[in-house]
Design a protein around this ligand. Sequence first.
Ligand SMILES: [Ca+2]
Ligand SMILES: [Ca+2]
Ligand SMILES: [Ca+2]
Length: 288
Amino acid sequence: MSRRPLPALLLLVAGCSDDTPVRPKATPDAPMSAPADGPLVLDAAPAKPDAEARDAPPPPDAPPAGPAAVILNELSPNFVAQHDLVELLVTAAGTTAGIQLEQDYPHAPSVLATLPDVVVAASDIIVVHLVPQGTTAMAETRAKDEISTADNFDGAWDVLGGGDDIMYTDVVLAVRAAGGTVTSAVPFFRSDLTDPDTLPPHFPADVQALIDAGLWAETCAPAPCAYGGNLGAISVDWAGAGTSADPSQPSGASVARAPGGRDHHDIADWQRIDLADVAPFNTYGAPN
Ligand SMILES: [Ca+2]
Ligand SMILES: [Ca+2]
Ligand SMILES: [Ca+2]
C-alpha cells in the first residue's frame, strides 16, 4: 500500500523539476504579456476610474469645510481719505467666514473688518478695502475676478471692511480666527515719530504681550518693552507708507511681507519701505 504513494510522490517531484524550467518560461512570458498588457493596464484602470470617482467629488463638490487661515501680507495705513488697504495671504484653504482684522491688540482690540463666507485656496490673496465708501470697490464671493472696478484687483478676492481705518502710528494689527483665537499679530512702528506726546502709550505693553503670548518672536531689551529701549528695532517700521495704491509712484509705497509668505513672526518677515526703490512700490492684488 505504501509503495503506491511513493511513485506518486516521485511523479510530483519529477513534475516539480519539470515545472522549474517552466518558471523561467513564465518569466519571459510576463514581459511578453506586459507590453500586450500595457493597454490592459489602462483597462485595469477600471480600478482607477473608481479611485477617480472617489476623488472626483472632493475637489469640485466638497468645498473645504474647515476655516481658512490668513496672515497679513501687505498694507498701507496712510491712504488718502482713510481708504486704507490690507492685503491678506491665505495660508490654509477653507472659508474666511468670521475671520476678523483688528488693531490695538491686545489692550483694546477694535475690529477693522470681518471677512465674509468666501471659500479660498492656499496662496490666494485677499484685499480688504477699509472705509470703502467713496471708492468703487465691491465685494466678491464667487471669483477673484468676479467684479471689475477701478478699485478692485482681478488677482485677489476683494472684501469690504468697516468704517474705521488703520491709525498711522505705532500699533499692533491682529488676525482673529472665526473661533476667537488670535492667530497672527504684527507690531508696526513709525520711526519718524519722536515727540513723546505723539507716541501711543499702550504700544510697548502690547508688543510685550505679543512676545509673551508667542505671537512675536523678538525680544525687547531691556525688558519689558519700552520706548527707551529697542522697540523700534524689533517692530516693523512702516514710516514712509504711501497714500495711494498707484504701484508706479512713491505715493503707492506699501509695507509688505517678504516674498513667499515668510512667517517666522519676526521683523525679517517684512520688507523695509525704501523709497529709493524703483517701481512697483506695491503689489496689491498680486504676490509680493
Ligand atoms: Ca489710516
Ligand atoms: Ca477681485
Ligand atoms: Ca501683494
